[in-house]
Design a binder for this molecule. Structure first.
Ligand code: MF3
Ligand code: CO
Length: 253
């Protein structure tokens, strides 16, 4: 489908997408309040489902292309799209990405955060911190008449400067009227290239930053979970950004 003509949202659409985003933030806040050692990823799924419903919304992931749960939970060397399970019990030292998305009155939002379970190794903590910094380096590039390629470039530079790699195949996306809209937001882009950013555009910045190589490995048995090929740790944060007249507004985090 081509959503190009919808990439610049109207004032009314932006207001509605902002409301959806507030729910997504609250849902992840609810996870943040309770996550810890001994919790299963199934319990995270239940928190997400219940909180989203309580706020009058629907988890966008549930049933999306057959995804069986309301949230993706990706632990340690899992990069993304991990499926919550009662068999996955969080333990001290784990790092986990919780990726939530919301449909509210037909409008979509999407963001994800990392959580450190108990005390984690210095190396894991650094990876989680730098992955977050990468997102905000990208964000600093968002401005009207800027280039989308500047975002990816800034992300990649910061990861590389810290000795990490960024996954090439999976990127961010436009969002709002649909879950996944144009543009695709990659992180191997060059500065001064790519789509021109205009006020009213909304997209996610969500690089996966690996401690080792960037290569990915798909779990053929569940058809969803993506791992690092070399088994190294991976971290990802996702924010949802609106291009404004002056720069940007973070809608969801
Ligand atoms: N939230 C993910 C994203 O950033 C989407 C997960 S799709 C699902 O695009 F199928 F796994 F639900
Ligand atoms: Co996303």
């Amino acid at each position: 489908m081509n959503h190009t003509k919808h990439l610049v949202k109207s004032r009314e659409q932006i207001a509605a997408i902002r409301e959806s985003s507030k729910i997504n933030i609250a849902v992840l806040d609810a996870v943040a309040d309770r996550i810890g050692p001994g919790m299963t990823t199934e319990e995270i799924d239940q928190i997400i489902y219940q909180k989203t419903k309580e706020m009058g919304a629907i988890p966008a992931q549930l049933g999306y292309e057959g995804f069986p749960k309301s949230v993706c939970t990706s632990v340690n060397d899992q990069m993304c799209h991990g499926i919550p399970s009662k068999d996955v019990v969080l333990k001290k030292g784990d790092i986990i990405n919780v990726d939530a998305s919301t449909i509210y009155k037909g409008y979509f939002s999407d963001s994800s955060r990392m959580f450190c379970i108990g005390t984690v190794s210095k190396e894991a903590h650094r990876l989680v911190r730098v992955a977050r910094e990468c997102v905000y380096r990208g964000l600093e590039q968002v401005k009207p008449w800027g280039h989308l390629g500047d975002v990816g470039h800034a992300v990649q530079e910061h990861a590389r400067n810290n000795g990490y790699s960024v996954v090439k195949e999976i990127g961010g996306h436009g969002i709002g009227l649909e879950f996944h809209e144009d543009p695709w937001v990659g992180y191997t882009t060059k500065a001064n290239t790519g789509m021109l950013l205009l006020p009213g555009m909304i997209f996610t910045i969500e690089p996966m930053v690996n401690m080792g190589a960037a290569d990915i490995l798909m779990d053929e048995s569940d058809g969803w979970t993506v791992y690092t090929k070399d088994g190294s740790l991976s971290a990802q944060w996702e924010i949802m950004v609106l291009v404004t007249e002056k720069g940007y507004e973070v809608l969801a985090y």
